[in-house]
Design a protein around this ligand. Structure first.
Ligand code: NAP
Length: 479
């Protein structure tokens, strides 16, 4: 390839990288997010097309077949997958990203083992010079990180889709076993990198490949279903790092840049989620949080649950001037978002000020509640973040808690012995009246009892959230 085309290709890669960065930035705000997605996709299209020319692919028909098949699967998935199944879909996408990097690493190793280093470097860079140890290390990293991401994401998918129990699976010696697998991986990498006779390195290659695949499963095993969003975000970040390693393997600048962007943004999101739960990443990964019902701490819950019927709740709502909905995981389970929007419309017509208080980790994925409420056409201006709504809570007539539990548990601010003490919550307990929608006495993801439900100003509207809200809507319609 001549100098001019190399400059052109690198220029196109820089354009693609700039589009990725601007696209990511635009994803940060609801108003610009759709356009941000398009901008990033345009960057990816440029990167893919230019890479195909750069690599001088001889048989384009297979590329076209792959493009059409992948595009069709993408369109069908985007149309068919429900909003509530987005976490599962993201988990699968991450897993396939990891698998792609693993396969790139494997394919490159296959080439080297077949042709030898000199021929490989000559084909890749035009000169026989190259650093076999560096290339071997990047191949190993792409395969290991990709392998862990692949099986870890598949297991996370199965937990989220309830194909396996969502509970954290913990057993004695688990950490030791995981540590032994990591040590085995490190040993296999060292042997692989030090042995420059690539064709002889198959045993160490397959050893770390197998251990990485096992580590994905065993690493995710002790993490509860509710913590899967953090795990998925971390795995997403790992899939970026795997892609970055694959970029170094095949000397592709845009893959290195895109991999770094995914890797770092994944780490930032992981940290944001851990902060919102007041937990460390170490605690999320290794504590077995949610493995069993947790003790309530010294300030154990006392009081009486006071049920209320939809008919009686209606009279409270009819008189209310300000209502704050606090949605949680139960709203997603009940698919109650459209009914909530209908109720909000009735309340507004009745003269009430309606807002939705959004906790950063309500539900089972970042932005879970925003996505559901957007699907039901709730105006974005009605969504208020935790820090903005909390100071206003004492002047709110009704806080309606829709299938939320941990994110409104006052133990987080009142009970230093509680496992969730310090976790920021929405102060629903400070509203004049709290109406809590849940099916029964089920605890939240943390397994903790919730004092909120027993407070003098709390009433329990039992039943599936969607049905309870529909009953309230019927009361408004009949009034
Ligand atoms: P939660 O603590 O899991 O509580 C959900 C509540 O919904 C339960 O009390 C359940 O009670 C009720 N429920 C379930 N199905 C229902 C239905 N059909 N109708 C009415 N109620 C229903 O949920 P959350 O308050 O949203 O808290 C999220 C939890 O996930 C937190 O512990 C958070 O740290 C964790 N987490 C979230 C993320 C994230 O990215 N969003 C990440 C990591 C961890 P019943 O069974 O009695 O109905």
């Amino acid at each position: 390839m001549n100098m001019q085309s190399t400059v052109l290709i690198n220029f196109a890669y820089i354009v693609a990288s700039i589009l990725f960065i601007f696209g990511l930035k635009m994803l940060g705000r609801a108003e610009t997010a759709r356009r941000g997605n398009m901008v990033s996709a345009a960057g990816m299209l440029i990167a893919v097309v230019v890479t195909l020319f750069d690599r001088q692919v001889l048989e384009f028909q297979w590329i076209v077949v792959g493009l059409v098949a992948g595009g069709l699967i993408g369109i069908v998935a985007a149309k068919a997958v429900k909003m509530t199944s987005m976490p599962e879909m993201v988990a699968l996408f991450n897993g396939f990203g990891g698998l792609a990097s693993l396969l790139v690493g494997w394919a490159e190793f296959g080439k080297i083992a077949h042709s030898g280093w000199l021929e490989y470097f000559t084909e890749l860079t035009g000169t026989p010079d190259g650093n076999p140890a560096f290339t071997s290390a990047t191949i190993a990293l792409a395969v290991i990180i990709g392998g862990v991401t692949f099986t870890g994401s598949l297991y996370a998918f199965m937990k989220l889709a309830a194909w396996v129990s969502g509970r954290a699976v913990v057993f004695p010696g688990q950490k030791l076993i995981n540590a032994a697998i990591v040590a085995g991986c490190v040993l296999a990498i060292v042997l692989f990198v030090l042995d420059e006779r690539a064709s002889e390195s198959y045993p160490s290659f397959f050893c770390f490949l197998a251990l990485a695949l096992v580590l994905g499963f065993t690493g995710v095993m002790p993490i509860g279903g509710g913590d899967m969003p953090v795990v998925i975000s971390l795995l997403n970040s790992l899939s970026g790092l795997a892609a970055c390693a694959a970029g170094f393997v095949i000397s592709n600048n845009v893959l290195i840049v895109a991999g770094c962007l995914v890797g770092t943004s994944g780490v930032i999101l992981t940290m944001i989620m851990c902060k919102a739960m007041n937990r460390t990443l170490f605690n999320v990964l290794f504590s077995g949080f949610g493995a069993s019902a947790q003790a309530g701490g010294a300030g154990a819950v006392q009081g009486e649950l006071k049920p209320i019927s939809a008919g009686d709740a209606f009279y409270l709502f009819e008189a209310a001037r300000s209502v704050v909905f606090v949605p949680g995981y139960g709203m997603a389970v009940a698919q109650a978002q459209h009914a909530v929007k209908e109720l909000a419309d009735h309340l507004e017509r009745n003269g009430a000020d309606v807002r939705f208080a959004i906790h950063p980790v309500a539900g089972r994925m970042p932005g879970h509640m925003n996505v559901l409420l957007a699907e039901a056409d709730v105006p974005y201006e009605q969504l208020v973040e935790m820090d903005a709504i909390n100071p206003q809570m004492p002047s709110v007539d009704i806080a309606m808690v829709i299938g939320a539990n941990d994110v409104v548990n006052p133990a987080a601010v009142r009970d230093p012995s509680s496992p969730i003490y310090g976790m920021p919550i929405i102060n629903a307990h400070e509203a004049r009246t709290v109406i809590c929608l849940k099916r029964g006495k089920g605890t939240g993801f943390s397994g903790l009892e919730n004092q909120l439900f027993l407070l003098p100003n709390s009433r329990m509207l039992y039943g599936d959230a969607k049905q309870s809200i529909q009953a309230l809507v019927s009361e408004f319609k009949n009034s």
